[in-house]
Design a protein around this ligand. Structure first.
Ligand SMILES: Nc1ncnc2c1ncn2[C@@H]1O[C@H](COP(=O)(O)OP(=O)(O)OP(=O)(O)O)[C@@H](O)[C@H]1O
Length: 531
């Protein structure tokens, strides 16, 4: 299969014994015009990444620099199960290196092995490519370089679209004119140097991809590139008879020469051939509102979390001042707090409310107290200057211990605790416009700083259920508190961290304690870390 490209840049050999950052360089995974892609294995966690290595000398060229910059910007802001994730960008003396999610193979290598795919496999791959493209277009980005080499495939047939170096932002009513991509995939309007709509060009690329998967060769293949381009402009190709009528129809609609007559992505997704098998489960995620257009750029560092994903509830070994963990500028807004605990019945006369404060203190919790006959609780007059979170004095361990012992003595409260162990339930929600993965990273950082033991559930769980979850066990001097954190989507603009109290124990006597105070204390400390 011939895949000529418009330009070629020499790439020198890389010494494979070297490390780049924490990644030990492994075998070469692939090579493009610009970059050599090598396997990277994390020195501690053995997590695999693909290291896309671009010589710094190449980046002195403005166009190349812009391509790389665009790829980084887009990959960092995109989150989709069918688009490759960018974890980190490293700069070493000779190279700029993009640490990408590792995939076992690409569609070009697959087809080189088996010439063409059966329709069920082709459909499964094609569906995922289309979902990725749909997501790009929804986010005003056209890929513009759809080709077999840029469709990465895992052993389980999960597909990820990669190489956004030629992609471009699209604005309403604006058309692109840059001639780019690979000749065999080029749409007529690009070949003819006309203004074009990036979406139409990507759909043409999808048509070429589907044809390649089902036929095993390019639709407009010819002896010279100029013949290839001329045939594409005239739409001259044939579909072999072994291709089903449904697939043939879809290919014809995608390889329509006049862009305005070409099928739209929304119609591809409803085409009978496209929906003939079950859609991959990732469709649910790809269309969920989880993927926020407002996701911010973050240097997400999976290796930092990898060991956490593997660990069960064991103490974190990461240093409290881990310098590799980036300090993120996150803003969290409390949105709800609720409790099933009737404190006025358990503590007679203390009623307690947590609710979000007004605009002036978006990050603060507030409280109200009816009265405090014991005289032990004095509301603070202003918010804590350190965290902007108002602290209920009884949540301080020393205050709480004194308060509880006083209650034991005055009201026989001890008996109440042991006989009335109604499970205390408490929820607290914080809203943020940060992406779930950023929140997850920050959450884990904060828990580490608290010295907590915790277990994040893997991203696969997330893909299935559209939420992240972290179970944590936090030791204070007198209590062990169990909390469950869940990250939910609230729509395209916001995500919520739901903090649920799931039990506590007095650490010394190992008995459950029916008091919210240790929980509040721990959550307060957590909020101080995360805000
Ligand atoms: N995340 C990855 N996991 C595994 N292999 C990868 C990954 N990314 C890229 N590769 C391999 O490296 C090859 C080249 O990567 P890529 O297309 O990103 O480089 P490029 O220089 O930008 O290419 P182009 O010639 O399109 O400009 C791919 O075709 C693929 O085989």
């Amino acid at each position: 299969m011939q895949t000529a490209t418009f330009s070629s840049i020499e790439f020198e050999n890389v010494d494979v014994s070297q490390f780049i950052g924490p990644w030990k360089l492994g075998r070469t995974l692939g090579e493009g015009n610009l970059a050599k892609v090598k396997l990277g294995i994390h020195s501690e966690t053995e997590e695999k990444v693909a290291l896309k290595m671009i010589r710094n000398a190449e980046l002195e060229d403005e166009t190349t620099w812009n391509h790389v910059l665009r790829e980084v910007m887009i990959l960092r802001s995109f989150r989709h199960p069918n688009i490759i994730s960018l974890y980190q960008v490293l700069r070493v003396p000779k190279y700029t290196v993009l640490a990408l999610e590792f995939m076992e193979t690409d569609l070009h290598s697959m087809l080189a092995r088996c010439k063409r795919l059966n329709e069920a496999v082709a459909r499964r791959i094609f569906q995922q490519v289309v979902f990725a493209i749909e997501y790009c277009h929804q986010n005003n980005v056209s890929h513009r370089d759809l080709k077999l080499e840029n469709i990465l495939v895992s052993n389980s047939l999960t597909v990820k679209l990669s190489d956004f170096s030629l992609s471009n932002f699209m604005y309403d009513g604006s058309f692109l004119r840059t001639s780019c991509g690979t000749p065999h995939y080029a749409a007529p309007e690009v070949i003819q140097g006309r203004y074009y709509d990036g979406c139409d060009v990507d759909i043409w690329g999808c048509g070429i991809l589907l044809y390649l998967m089902l036929v095993g060769e390019f639709p407009f293949e010819d002896v010279t590139i100029s013949n290839v381009l001329s045939r594409a402009c005239k739409g001259i190709y044939t579909v072999p008879s072994h291709v089903s009528s449904g697939a043939t129809d879809l290919i014809r609609q995608m390889l329509t020469v006049i862009p305005t007559d070409r099928i739209k992505i929304s119609d591809i997704i409803q085409h009978p051939w496209f929906v003939a098998d079950n859609l991959p489960s990732v469709r649910l995620s790809s269309h969920s509102t989880f993927f926020s257009e407002k996701d911010h750029i973050v240097n997400f560092y999976p290796a930092e979390l990898a060991h956490l994903f593997n660990s069960s509830l064991t103490s974190s070994s990461v240093s409290q001042n881990n310098s590799q963990l980036q300090s993120l500028d996150l803003s969290y807004l409390p949105v709800y707090a609720s409790s099933n605990t009737d404190l006025s019945s358990s503590a007679d006369n203390l009623s307690f409310q947590l609710f979000p404060c007004s605009d002036s203190h978006p990050n603060s919790l507030s409280y109200s107290e009816k009265k405090d006959p014991s005289g032990l609780v004095t509301p603070p007059s202003k918010a804590s200057s350190e965290s902007h979170v108002n602290i209920l004095p009884t949540s301080l361990p020393s205050e709480h211990a004194t308060y509880m012992s006083k209650m034991y003595n005055i009201h026989g409260f001890h008996a109440t605790i042991s006989t009335r162990l109604r499970k205390f339930r408490w929820h607290y929600g914080i809203q943020t416009n940060k992406s779930p993965r950023e929140i997850l990273l920050q959450l884990c950082q904060s828990l580490q700083l608290l010295g907590a033991s915790f277990r994040p559930y893997s991203t696969e769980d997330f893909l299935r259920e559209n939420k992240y979850r972290v179970d944590a066990k936090i030791n204070t001097d007198s209590f062990i508190v169990y909390l469950t954190f869940e990250i939910f989507s609230l729509g395209s603009l916001a995500n919520i961290i739901d903090i649920r109290f799931s039990g506590n124990k007095a650490s010394a006597i190992n008995n459950p304690v029916n008091s919210p105070m240790p929980c509040f204390e721990v959550v307060k400390q957590f909020l101080r870390k995360i805000i």
